[in-house]
Design a protein around this ligand. Structure first.
Ligand SMILES: Nc1ncnc2c1ncn2[C@@H]1O[C@H](COP(=O)(O)OP(=O)(O)OP(=O)(O)O)[C@@H](O)[C@H]1O
Ligand SMILES: O=P(O)(O)OC[C@H]1O[C@H](OP(=O)(O)OP(=O)(O)O)[C@H](O)[C@@H]1O
Ligand SMILES: [Mg+2]
Length: 283
């Protein structure tokens, strides 16, 4: 059986379970369950703290895991990304009281105290930039560390920026890294049986979430112009219509662009333009 680590709590837990369900896997029904066996698919899911997942995967005790890129880097364990799962997006940034830090270059942090729940990310960053700073490891609510006098600067996850704003802090410099939920595996290992199928299923979910199916009718002499707007992923399907000189076209298009594409199709003469969602797919 394939053994997969899934976040048991926190920002990544629900979206990870939802994505696995959309990919056809059984998930726990009770948030107190720490194990869920999906016999028909040959997978066992272990619910673990997202911060610990890279450790279990890096040691080889579990085959795969879902965690955040920032947590993977922070753990420093020998695990690597297999697939970006496109949820749990956030940046990881420095922040301080406006005007309290000289500038926005890494060297401006020299000698300062930096509070963070991600000491591994920080140690790596300072080593890479040749900066000596004191890393103060906290568990959470790090935005408070500055007003309580424990640190000069914080480094933390920023999603909407609301927490920073409410604490009266401003970001400093460019993001240290951009994170999202990722599927990870042990570095250098052969992929166990069953992984390619799991990857195809998850990729199918990612595509189904990003694309819709567009269908329309168009005059054959306007087909080239219409198809240029809807090239599809492989190539659009063209079917003859009973009505002489017209064809029906079907193509996948990115959901984010669908209204612009429909307007442009209408302008080149397409009619009966219909959009339908994609529940699942294998490309
Ligand atoms: N708004 C957010 N707050 C915290 N983490 C976020 C946010 N958006 C995305 N993430 C990502 O979620 C992961 C952190 O999840 P984790 O469960 O450790 O913390 P959490 O969601 O803040 O939960 P808690 O603080 O209750 O333990 C990281 O990969 C982080 O980048
Ligand atoms: O940019 P935002 O949308 O405000 O989100 C980012 C904030 O949310 C998280 O805190 P959380 O609520 O998990 O509390 P914690 O610090 O105790 O973990 C994170 O640590 C930031 O503080
Ligand atoms: Mg948190």
């Amino acid at each position: 059986m394939l053994r997969i680590a899934v976040p048991n709590k926190g920002t990544l837990a629900q979206p990870a379970a939802t994505m696995l369900q959309e990919a056809g896997y059984r998930q726990r029904s009770d948030p107190k369950d720490l194990l869920c066996r999906d016999e028909p698919n040959g997978v066992e899911f272990f619910y673990l703290r997202p911060r610990d997942i890279a450790t279990y995967v890096g040691s080889g005790d579990l085959d795969l895991g879902i965690t955040g890129r920032d947590l993977l880097i922070d753990a420093g364990s020998p695990a690597v990304e297999v697939l970006d799962l496109n949820f749990g997006r956030a940046t990881f940034r420095f922040a301080a009281v406006p005007g309290s830090v000289k500038g926005s270059a890494p060297s401006d942090l020299e000698g300062l105290r930096v509070a963070t729940a991600y000491p591994g990310v920080m140690e790596r960053y300072f080593a890479e930039h040749g900066v000596t700073a004191e890393v103060i490891r906290l568990d959470g609510a790090v935005e408070n560390a500055i007003r309580l006098g424990v640190a000069d600067v914080i480094a933390d996850v920023v999603e909407t920026g609301k927490t920073l704003r409410q604490a009266g802090l401003d970001t400093i410099g460019e993001p240290i890294l951009t994170s999202s939920a990722v599927l990870i595996r042990r570095e250098g290992e052969e992929l166990p049986n069953g992984v390619p199928q799991l990857l195809r299923r998850l990729q199918g979910v990612l595509v189904a979430r990003q694309y819709v199916m567009l269908a329309y009718d168009v005059r054959a002499d306007s087909l080239d112009a219409a198809v240029a707007l809807t090239p599809g992923i492989e190539s659009p399907t063209i079917s003859p219509l009973h009505r002489e000189g017209w064809v029906a076209v079907q193509a996948m298009v990115p959901q984010a662009d669908v209204h612009r594409i429909m307007d442009e199709l209408y302008d080149v003469g397409a009619r009966a333009i219909l959009v339908t969602g994609i529940h699942a797919c294998r490309l």
